[in-house]
Design a binder for this molecule. Structure first.
Ligand SMILES: [Zn+2]
Length: 454
């Protein structure tokens, strides 16, 4: 990022090992990927709804803040990401006019038009459900009660065998509070729940409201297309069209496209966490498949080498091979950016997360801290802080493994916004070498709407 975005809320408070610390808003937002932005919005909202301690507080008034994208657009510019105060709360010098806006999901459509489309669509979902002999008791807009007398009113619901099954339709705008609240409710009450979009809105999937839905679900979103409807009738099993975000290795960069697949309802009703894991793994696999065998071989060699502490020069040849296909930076640039130190950390974190037992985990924890120590002592440390931030968000269990002095040092590095986020500059290479984080690093709304045939 070459320019420093101007934000009303310039610093935020986060909890650190020695109490709250204040860090630059840019240290959190500038290098945040689309997938992590959606995840963070969910996390912030969920903790707010649950009445827990805020994830982020305003650096000036210390009131709770949430994250939003201001305005419309292609969603690729992090300068539009902001921390915003909640509508209620203390007066604050950093409270701007725009911060009063709670729902930034997109412009509201004409109410009546949306109402009618919504009504029609609900009936189509009910119709698709009715094709399936396993689904019974289909009703529209009926309250479902959960524990502690909470209730939700899904657009359409029924029984799938003996299990409650609910559908909510997302037409044009989505509020993160609604999405997050419903996801939590259905999850906690063991109710199978699917968000469905209408074919008429699939050219609007770049809107933040939709991103909040599918990026949280590993890049997938269900759509009731006429093809899915026809399949539901033919097979006597309810089908939906599953839109999945996948990476495409282009001539100049790696971008995202939609892959469409018609699937029976069974495939869409697992817990959201599982669906997310499946989607992310699929994304990583699709990326690997597109690499020529020469690059895949070079990646294996790099991965083997970075278990130790090589300099970039030790795998310069392999880097060049991978870089050519994955549109990475030159060997010289990578060496100057200390990418080898970042990769040694990623490899150690990967080993920690897949450790088979406590003994191995203990060794891996030490290794992670040693590698992190090297990275945050490097000349480029401040520019790599957002990689560590990325990892802490992607892998919450990592937090407990890091030694206190490293976390303190990290927060210190984040006190001021940096102009260069090296995780952003090397995201493509890190994604192809570390498949586990490919989705988190590269997933973003495709420029083109999915093509729906049939
Ligand atoms: Zn404030």
């Amino acid at each position: 990022m070459s320019t420093q975005p101007s934000r009303a809320i310039q610093t935020v408070q986060v909890s650190g090992p020695d109490g709250p610390v204040t860090i630059a808003a840019g240290a959190i937002l500038d290098a945040m990927t689309a997938a992590q932005f959606a995840e963070t919005r969910n996390q912030v909202t969920q903790s707010h709804l649950a009445g827990e301690a805020p994830v982020y507080r305003c650096g000036s008034c210390h009131g709770p803040v949430f994250v939003t994208r201001r305005g419309e657009g292609d969603g690729s510019n992090n300068a539009r990401l902001h921390f915003v105060h909640y509508a209620t709360g203390e007066p604050c010098e950093w409270r701007s006019g725009a911060s009063k806006v709670v729902n930034i999901g997109g412009r509201k459509f004409d109410g009546r038009q949306e109402g009618e489309a919504h009504w029609n669509f609900k009936h189509r979902v009910a119709e698709a459900m009715a094709c399936d002999k396993r689904i019974s008791k289909i009703v529209l807009e009926k309250r479902i009660y959960g524990n502690e007398s909470w209730w939700r009113q899904p657009d359409v619901s029924g029984l799938f065998g003996t299990r409650q099954l609910a559908f909510d339709l997302q037409l044009a705008t989505a509020e993160i509070r609604t999405i997050s609240g419903r996801n939590t409710f259905y999850e906690q009450n063991g109710i199978a729940h699917v968000w469905v979009v209408a074919p008429s809105v699939i050219d609007q999937l770049e809107r933040q409201g939709f991103q909040d839905l599918y990026l949280k679900a590993g890049g997938s979103i269900a759509c009731l297309t006429s093809a899915a409807m026809a399949m539901s009738r033919e097979t006597a099993e309810m089908h939906l069209t599953n839109l999945r975000l996948i990476p495409r290795l282009g001539d100049h960069t790696i971008f995202c496209v939609w892959e469409t697949d018609h699937v029976p309802i069974d495939a869409l009703i697992g817990p959201i966490g599982n669906r997310a894991a499946v989607g992310m793994a699929h994304f990583g696999k699709r990326l690997q498949e597109q690499l020529p065998s020469e690059a895949r071989h070079a990646i294996q060699q790099i991965r083997e080498l970075v278990r130790g502490t090589p300099a970039l020069a030790d795998f310069a040849g392999e880097w060049a091979v991978v870089s050519k296909t994955a549109h990475g930076r030159s060997v010289e640039k990578a060496a100057g950016d200390d990418v080898h130190l970042a990769m040694q950390l990623l490899r150690a974190v990967e080993a920690l997360l897949t450790a088979p037992n406590d003994a191995v985990r203990a060794t891996c924890t030490d290794q992670v801290n040693r590698r992190l120590g090297l990275l945050i002592a490097a000349r480029t440390a401040a520019s790599w802080a957002s990689l560590v931030e990325f990892l802490l968000r992607a892998e919450p269990e990592l937090k407990a493994a890091l030694v206190r002095e490293h976390v303190t040092r990290l927060r210190h590095l984040q006190r001021y916004a940096t102009r260069f986020h090296l995780v952003e500059m090397h995201a493509r290479m890190l994604a192809v070498i570390f498949q586990r984080w490919a989705f988190g690093l590269l997933a973003q709304p495709p420029r083109h709407a999915p093509t729906l045939r049939g």
